[in-house]
Design a binder for this molecule. Structure first.
Ligand SMILES: Nc1ncnc2c1ncn2[C@@H]1O[C@H](COP(=O)(O)OP(=O)(O)O)[C@@H](O)[C@H]1O
Ligand SMILES: [Mg+2]
Length: 237
């Protein structure tokens, strides 16, 4: 029973990608997971529909409805993952008022790090009224291996006191970029860097579980090809 919200006012930072990958990983661990898509683009909901994973998903985009429903849904599922919209709308605020853990993916550009301050500000407001909740973590979602900019970005993120920067990060990879279009994840999309991408996501998700105090033994996810309806074909039709 945990509500995990993926938030960042900036679009394109990896909220939906990391949210869907965490849903898939938890589902493969045998956990009862619900994915709530709170973004008008419904990236995660489409992802679920294009895959054959059987992950439960629901679209709830209105702030009031999120507040009304998330608490009840958390009683039915072990994990409710909420994919937040871009912007600091009512929906984002509602997610922060309900979540046990807020996950803030952040890209490495200086502008992205500076703009994350606005998300951190809203997290801080929620924490003030909820006696410290939600716990909040940040991670670099599209790092570049061995670069100064990535090291520097991490150091700058550490200045945000209300949010813990995770040790693990996800690197920028073509394989990850391709997952949505294939209705797949890194576990079932073969390509260059697949095993590294799997390792990075698994380490990141274990660290997130540790933060929640759910650091149970995790099962290794067996990589197998996706039997997805191909989104690119669906778009062409
Ligand atoms: N680590 C990564 N490497 C390469 N592409 C990525 C990575 N993470 C996300 N992307 C791509 O970046 C784009 C934005 O990601 P998305 O998860 O939709 O962001 P958001 O939900 O924050 O708008 C998508 O095209 C996605 O495939
Ligand atoms: Mg998104």
């Amino acid at each position: 029973m945990a509500i995990i919200g993926f938030v960042n006012q900036k679009g394109g930072v990896g909220k939906s990608t990391s949210c869907y990958h965490l849903a898939y990983w938890l589902h493969q661990q045998g956990k009862k997971v619900l994915l709530v898509d709170a973004d008008a683009q419904t990236t995660c909901n489409t992802w679920v529909q294009q895959s054959d994973t059987g992950i439960a998903s629901k679209v709830i985009q209105v702030g009031d409805e999120l507040m009304e429903q998330l608490g009840g849904l958390a009683k039915e599922y072990e994990y409710v993952l909420v994919d937040g919209p871009g912007g600091l709308s009512e929906a984002t605020k509602a997610i922060l008022l309900c979540a046990d853990l807020a996950v803030v993916p952040c890209t490495t550009g200086l502008a992205d790090i500076v703009s994350a301050a606005q998300t951190v500000r809203v997290i801080k407001m929620a924490q003030k009224y909820r006696e410290g909740a939600p716990q909040a973590v940040m991670f670099l979602s599209r790092g570049f291996k061995g670069t100064r900019i990535t090291r520097e970005a991490r150091r700058l993120l550490e200045d945000y006191e209300e949010v813990t920067v995770l040790r693990n990060m996800i690197f920028n990879r073509q394989l990850i970029l391709d997952t949505w279009g294939q209705g797949a994840t890194v576990w079932n999309l073969e390509g260059s860097g697949q095993s590294d991408a799997i390792k990075e996501y698994e380490n990141l998700f274990k660290e997130i579980m540790e933060k929640l105090g759910h650091d149970q033994q995790t099962k290794k996810v067996v990589s197998r090809p996706a039997h997805s309806k191909h989104i690119a074909e669906a778009v062409r039709r």
